[in-house]
Design a binder for this molecule. Structure first.
Ligand code: RI2
Length: 307
């Protein structure tokens, strides 16, 4: 799928999930490289750079998307041979997708080890990384029960309970406002991440920070499952993570409320590091305060100045 169509489908949430939008963006760059009809490397680079901008603009606050396209584009501006530039772009896109899928498998194995037999675990929204841990624990033969929030307004919790039920995991759907009511009966919370800042704060689906607060109050361990490309090199250089706001039509139907009522629809919120027990990555289980070191290790400093 070319960049324009991929960007449209990301914008409309047809393609969603922090990791999936990054993988699809990488593959869109690959398809742009394969479809390029021009005769020189500079022309291909220009086309790829335009595609990169189109993709990043589709969900401008998603660092996974930005990291994914940066991974594919890194060093492309120095390549002067057309065939080589095309080959390198295709190879790096495939490598990003492969690494990201391997990371999911590793996170699932590691995360499952943190779930004791008999545990009741809560998850919020629809994170493939978090769900992978829950399914892996179930496959280890542990008798676990999962509680999944509905996750208004997009109700991604419906996707989550379908994923879990398909894998045979005993699952209960709850509305978002039931979280505190049931927290005292739970043993762990597993959520994903859209972005992790250099200070260890986790930006994830709106409501995550309330779940973390309730978990902290009840002394329930709160785990974040995230591939390293969810960490934001931009934050290391002082950029604040912008919280995406989406339209009012996601919350109410036309005519349902008076025009004078404003609607505020933030998509994500930030959970401070002090509410997070550990972040489970493909590099292992790390404290949130290790975020800075992960960013330096994975991205180095050169990334930040390319945009
Ligand atoms: P994985 C999603 O964002 C959710 O916030 C989820 O927790 C996060 O991405 C991570 O998902 P959205 O695209 O990458 O639904 O673990 O806004 O699948």
């Amino acid at each position: 799928m070319r960049a324009k169509e991929t960007a449209d489908r990301i914008r409309s949430m047809e393609i969603r999930g922090a990791a999936e939008i990054a993988r699809q963006a990488a593959l869109a760059l690959k398809d742009e490289a394969l479809a390029y009809q021009g005769k020189d490397a500079a022309g291909l680079f220009h086309a790829l750079d335009e595609a990169r901008q189109t993709l990043v603009a589709s969900r401008p606050t998603a660092i996974s998307l930005w990291n994914g396209v940066q991974f594919v584009m890194k060093g492309n501006d120095r390549e002067t041979d057309l065939d080589l530039l095309r080959t390198i772009t295709v190879r790096r896109a495939d490598e990003f997708v492969k690494r990201s899928k391997e990371a999911l498998d590793i996170i699932a194995r590691i995360g499952a080890n943190r779930i004791p037999d008999g545990a009741k675990v809560l998850t919020h929204c629809n994170s493939k990384a978090a769900i992978g841990c829950l399914i892996a624990a179930h496959r280890q033969g542990k008798n676990i029960q999962v509680f999944a929030t509905e996750s208004r307004p997009w109700r991604q919790g419906i996707l989550t309970v379908n994923d879990l039920a398909k894998a045979g995991v005993p699952t209960t759907l709850i509305i978002d406002s039931a979280v505190r009511h049931i927290m005292k009966d739970l043993d762990a919370v597993f959520v994903g991440a859209d972005t992790i800042a250099s200070n260890g704060a986790v930006i994830n689906k709106i409501g995550t920070s309330q779940v973390a607060l309730a978990a902290d109050e009840s002394r329930v361990p709160f785990y974040v499952c995230a591939e390293t490309f969810k960490f934001s090199p931009k934050t290391m250089f002082g950029e604040l993570v912008k919280i995406e706001e989406r339209g009012s039509s996601e919350i109410v139907k036309p005519g349902e409320i008076p025009d004078s009522v404003k609607i505020f629809n933030p998509v994500f919120d930030a959970t401070p590091p002090e509410y997070i027990d550990s972040i489970i990555t493909e590099l292992g289980v790390v404290p949130p305060y290790a975020a800075y070191e992960i960013i330096v290790k994975e991205f180095g400093q050169e990334y930040i100045f390319t945009e």
